[in-house]
Write a protein of this length. Sequence first.
Lengths: 267, 340
Amino acid sequence: MNGSDMTTEPPTLTVTGLRKTFHLPRTSGRGAVHAVAGVDLTIGRGEIVGLVGESGSGKTTVAHCVLRLLEPDVGAIALDGTDITHLSRRGLMPLRPKMHMVFQDPYSSLNPRMKVADIVAAPLRAQRQLPRRKINAEVDEMLDQVGLPLELRGRYPHELSGGQRQRVGLARSLIARPLLLVADEPTSALDVSVQAAILNQFADLQRDLGFSCLFISHNLAVVHYLCDRIAVMQRGEIVETGPREQIFRSPSHPYTRELLSATEVSP
Amino acid sequence: MNDNSLLRIEDLRISFRTAHGPVLAVNGVSLSLRDNEVLAVVGESGSGKTLTGLSVLGLEPPDATVTGRIWFRDEELRSASPRRLRDIRGATIAMIFQEPMTSLNPSLTVGRQVAEVVRRHQGLSWKDARSRVLDLFDLVRLPSGARHLRSYPHQLSGGMRQRVMIAMAVACDPAVLIADEPTTALDPTIQAQILSLLRDLRASLGMSILLITHDLGVVSRMADRVVVMYAGHVLEQAPTAELLSSPAHPYTTGLLGAVPQPDSNAETRRLTPIAGQVPLLRAEPTTCVFSPRCAHVTPACLTAQPALRQVTRGEAHQAACVLDRIPDPARETAPRAQAT
């Protein structure tokens, strides 16, 4: 997907000079937290970029700013060549289907009072363009694509296993065929044997649907498995970025080296 | 007791009564922790590994029914009096938990909480306890420890809180440390620091560690021996290097194949997930507990849960599987990876 046509089309996501500061209540005695302190990031067509770093390094804040779930203080965010930094809620509406998010916790990110089919259909219904029959057909196709049996359509989230719930989350995020998927630690709450199945599924879906992805994780092995490029964050800044193999074979920043040595798996 | 085991669990069974009938969470687990050994108990959620650890100190939930014997040296702990157990807990057998924030009291300073341990078990005065706490903070490498005597848990980072928990655990120089997912909630770099601290403490204090974890990376860096648990049963046990290089149970092979390896070939790589879910055992199994998810089921697997038996080569290597050799997983998954 990230072949020759990249030169003519704009990158899926361009983030420039992003800053976000949180002001804490005076009683905390800590003043302000510079969660994101100047981040530049580009994600090409069909590219998966891994964003790694320890908790508190600002990964999730970047993700939320990209989706305009948080308002950035400084900086610009362009989705598919359109500057969305200052678009109003209404102005953003037609662009919302182009970006979507998968959350870390498959238990709290699904509405417990909605059935699986309704959860997955929600992004399409929000667009108010498709007739019901078409939506139902799309939901069935999407459930099939994420490896969920159609019998689960009428189930509620509490009736599903952790892996099944995360597949529902994945189906919901992809049904509107977004250009950009933001995945925030989508497998860290799952057992390893289940995580492996979800990671395989994710790789297949990306290959079939060709979306771009910002994949946030603190698990370097997972990032290595999925991502084309990797950006390493520390204290609100990206300290190193590069192709996967370069980051793993010849990391240049001390923090990257520390992260790598901390995640060696083999004895 | 026989051999050189320090802590020995014999035929441990833990069950719960629920509205949907009984659940057998631990179903006949036996294992032994030797002197100065790190024994890892590995399993996914629902395998019964945490309950096994908790039951050693009588900390299982009150609605659990526990049978079996747990020997610490020559003493049987399941029949020990509550008073005797209180003396043992934190003194000769100590425990640390996954999430240090919920295991510490948020309304007391951490200095006070560590001091309480040495006061309770060693009868020190507050003054002596204070200097002992400072030594302990030094031992667990809590940066500027003196300043943190008066800190509350919420003022510390996750790694520092885990260091405080470890200080409490090793305060009385325990013979056994039960560590339940001690690094799971921590960042990878902090995780590495805590593991190296535990390794050093084990060497300097001569403790044995029962390490409960789901993370094979942690196992490979810490453990001398591994017990693999699944659905309340021990499926395999072996010295760490041997288990990782030549696993004898299909579940262990599956676990190893499911973990992404950064050094694997990037283009041909594909993870081999284990189909299905960890089951909830509701009755005594009539087949191998892993058979519903196993790719190599034979008729013999469907007659009973196999007992642990010696694996041909390694003398300390046992597996609960009827197969003598697991068919090569690489050959089997290769065509599937191309087809999808």
